[in-house]
Ligand binder design. Structure first.
Ligand code: GLU
Length: 288
């Protein structure tokens, strides 16, 4: 059993992060396994150097020791670029020259624009561009991202599933989020591409994370299949909410662990503010 906690050092940890880390640590303990730390720090414009240390301090204070050297995504851009090349070689991605504005305009023009769980999905404008025009615009250094052609990817993968310890076996819908971005124009990778590549590199066998990411797992299984990565088990846990039922956000500094600690809150008092941990029983080796 290998699990990981993958925070972004873009703000202090709040109770939601503490819960995510506890779930991952608990699952590793349950399987006599290893708990790893990974900093999802590709978005340099939002990362603040002090947060790496603060996150480590918070975890140590919570008694959540990780094993092995923490991984930093910012060290691994070349690996992601190789993964993108593998998908380019399979003809499953295409360059997208659209600005956010152009996409919003296009969506507002279409009646019945396709929607996913997170709102309207990319309308596919650049999917229709000819190969010649793509080459020309790239040669002219027109800024572009790279998108997964999800219909082609679905065809290449056939029917996949994933198993979630709380939600059961779920059939994958490769089109769930539309033609997602795999390499941003400014960063040359994306959350989706980096996370599957890192889970494979860190040999994660159980991916634990908030249920807000359940729909992303459809894309992740597709990418794992296309890139020849192993299939992990999943556990999408509930999100920690405030008294009004809203999920906690990083900007919600008042609930940061650091400020709770500073105000004299003990570890036990923090644990009391969190939902119970999911009960893990039985075989976690991949058989239902
Ligand atoms: N960095 C993500 C977050 O902080 C976690 C992503 C994942 O666990 O796959 O929510």
């Amino acid at each position: 059993m290998r699990t990981r906690f993958a925070p972004s050092p873009t703000g202090p940890m709040h109770l939601g992060h503490a819960y995510a880390a506890l779930v991952a640590r608990e699952a590793a303990d349950h399987g006599n396994g290893v708990f790893l730390l990974r900093f999802e720090d590709i978005d340099r414009s939002r990362v603040r150097p002090g947060y790496y240390n603060l996150i480590e301090e918070d975890l140590q204070w919570m008694g959540l020791e990780w094993q092995e050297e923490p991984m930093r995504q910012s060290d691994r851009l070349e690996v992601y670029s190789n993964a993108l090349t593998a998908l380019q070689d399979q003809g499953l991605v295409y360059p997208c020259f659209c600005t956010r504005r152009a996409i919003a305009d296009e969506i507002s023009r279409i009646t019945n624009a396709p929607h996913g769980p997170e709102g309207p999905v990319y309308p596919g404008t650049c999917r229709k561009i000819s190969a010649d025009e793509r080459t020309e615009r790239i040669a002219m250094k027109t800024p572009h991202s790279w998108r997964l052609n999800c219909a082609k990817a679905a065809e290449a993968c056939g029917q996949l599933t994933f198993r979630d310890l709380l939600h059961g076996v779920i059939p994958v819908c490769a089109e769930k989020l539309g033609d997602v971005i795999l390499a941003r124009r400014d960063i040359a990778t994306s959350y989706h591409l980096a996370v599957v590549t890192d889970d494979a590199e860190q040999q994660i066998t159980l991916v634990t994370r908030g249920e807000d990411l359940l729909s992303s797992t459809h894309i992740h299984r597709v990418l794992q299949n296309l890139l020849g990565y192993p299939e992990p088990l999943y556990l999408h846990h509930e999100l920690v909410c405030d008294e009004k039922g809203n999920r906690l956000a990083t900007r919600d500094k008042a609930r940061s662990l650091a400020s709770l600690r500073a105000s004299g809150c003990s570890r036990t008092q923090i644990l009391e503010k969190l939902p119970p941990l999911p009960a893990l029983t039985g075989n976690l080796a991949g058989e239902t």
